[in-house]
Design a protein. Structure first.
Length: 532
């Protein structure tokens, strides 16, 4: 039995997926919420939001992500970062998953990854959970309803949380599995209810496909000047660096908050929505994102709430620090209608330096930009994860190592070529600590960060006087209107200059040690930019 709108010549049976129970195709938000409530998958929250918890998995499972090692991908996958799965293991996994799905109710969404139709892919999402279908309907791009009558998927993702993998039979690590088969154009997800695996599987897919087309896939947010898509900017950054917050500037148009491509046509969003962290979210600091937490259809994931009033607790991280909300891009008033922009005039690399060493903003050469892009530095702070008692460095190459199927240098060289070809100015922005490390100093004032970014984006910062940083070699402005000059020189913000010098050398050593693995693969100009 089936329901919903679908291409009559492209049902699951036509893909060899038969014997299921009721299959719902392309249900809209009200119907998906109704189904999820009927199946006791979550709770209806204030304003018609949908409140869910994801069990023991409140984040991604990168160690359980596998790529099937077929002849066509053997020489192009970064195997040090991607676990291999045998073809036989995948075939067993697929057969066993289909057997597990027999007779059960499933939900299908036919969606698009990529706002630029030249590079977009059609993706069919098959989910066991109705709320996963709602989530991915927000996060990917939705075709016009009439287009569903002729929709053919390029790739299919099947997500079945109740299925438990068998490591011996399926050639995987644990009972949780994310398996990507590029030859069969099929992704299988089992053993986890965390919804982020759905969208990140598509991001990983595009990360593999697009470089061959000369497109740079980017784990970044992006915006452009109001009424002027040519004046675009991209913001790279790991979780907690301010990527979503800083790109959602009401004085600019939001292209997207997480995943984009940079082609010879310009910048384009991969997604149709946003997946924002909600810990300590406030109406004062981020009013539009906050407003989505009471918007009909928003998925509220792993947040504590009052069982009687359903009021959300944005400070209670007892379930996870990684609590989030998922909503369509149109929920943000200044979001772009096309989700496309021009070539970035500014490339911003965001980092949260808990060591209190890096300046609030620095200008990078293209080679330095590649160095810091390959480094992908930020730092974990005490309290963000169990067992973290002092700042810990995190180097996630390309600001998204778990989603990179190809070697980092492939993406680094693409970025360097795009920067050189289109003349982008590159900046490293530290949203972390100043006046000392975590525990001694204080968080970089958001007002100062915004003022510096505004000056960078409007071009006025290029006219400032710069000094060369003695530790990292990049250029740092000496003074900027509206910003305390002392803040621009981190050493002066510390009570003990010698302690700053020691901390700076410690961080320099961390960068150098991490970068050693890239030396055989990079050009001489990037080697020269490396710290040593």
């Amino acid at each position: 039995m089936t329901s919903g709108r679908v291409n009559p010549n492209f049902r699951l049976e036509d893909q060899g997926i038969s014997g299921l129970g009721h299959v719902h195709y392309n249900l809209l938000e009200p119907a998906l919420i109704e189904a999820a409530l009927k199946r006791s998958e979550g709770t209806l929250g204030q304003g018609g939001t949908f409140l869910v918890t994801t069990g023991k998995f409140t984040g991604r499972s990168p160690k359980d992500k596998h790529v099937v090692k077929t002849a066509s991908v053997t020489d192009t996958i970064w195997w040090d970062n991607n676990r291999a799965m045998s073809e036989q293991g995948f075939d067993n996994l697929y057969a066993d998953m289909l057997a597990h799905m027999k007779g059960k109710e499933y939900f299908v969404q036919d969606l698009i990854g990529g706002a630029d139709p030249t590079y977009a892919i059609n993706v069919r999402m098959v989910t066991e959970l109705a709320w996963h279908n709602l989530f991915i309907r927000h996060l990917l791009r939705r075709p016009e309803r009439a287009a569903l009558d002729s929709f053919i998927a390029d790739y299919t993702v099947i997500n079945c949380p109740s299925f438990q993998a068998n490591p011996e039979r399926h050639d995987c690590r644990t009972e949780t599995v994310i398996a990507m088969n590029f030859d069969k154009k099929l992704i299988l997800i089992g053993g986890t209810e965390y919804a982020g695996e759905n969208k990140k599987s598509v991001f990983t897919l595009l990360n593999y496909i697009l470089p061959e087309k000369g497109v740079m896939p980017m784990h970044c947010s992006a915006n452009h000047a109001i009424g002027n898509p040519v004046d675009s900017a991209v913001f790279f950054g790991l979780s907690g660096t301010g990527k979503t917050t800083l790109s959602a500037d009401p004085s600019r148009t939001l292209i997207g908050d997480d995943e984009h491509g940079w082609s010879d046509r310009g910048t384009f969003n991969f997604e149709g929505g946003c997946y924002a962290k909600t810990i300590n979210l406030s109406a004062e600091a981020e009013p539009e994102i906050y407003a989505t937490t009471s918007r009909f259809g928003t998925v509220i994931e792993n947040m504590v709430y009052d069982e009687e009033t359903l009021v959300l607790d944005f400070q209670d991280s007892s379930l996870t620090e990684n609590m989030r909300c998922a909503y369509p891009l149109e929920a943000i008033s200044n979001a772009s209608d096309t989700a496309m922009g021009g070539h970035p005039k500014n490339v911003i690399l965001l980092t949260c330096d808990a060591y209190g060493v890096l300046p609030p903003i620095s200008r990078l050469t293209p080679a330095q930009a590649m160095y810091h892009f390959l480094s992908g530095f930020t730092s974990k702070t005490p309290g963000t994860e169990r067992g973290v008692v002092e700042p810990e460095p995190t180097f996630s190459t390309c600001f998204g190592a778990p989603f990179m199927p190809r070697r980092p240098e492939v993406y680094g060289k693409l970025l360097q070529e795009k920067i050189a070809k289109y003349g982008a100015t590159c900046w490293l922005v530290n949203t972390g600590w100043t006046g000392g490390a975590f525990g001694t100093g204080k968080r970089m004032p958001i007002k100062a960060t915004r003022a510096l970014l505004t000056a960078a984006l409007d071009g006025s910062l290029n006219d400032a006087t710069f000094r060369k940083d003695v530790n990292f070699g990049f250029e740092v402005p000496v003074s900027v209107a509206g910003v305390d000059e002392t803040l621009l020189d981190p050493r002066k913000t510390w009570a003990d200059a010698a302690a700053y010098d020691a901390q700076a050398q410690k961080l320099v050593g961390m960068f150098s040690k991490n970068f050693e693995k890239y030396i055989p693969y990079i050009d001489e100009d990037v080697k020269a930019a490396a710290i040593g």
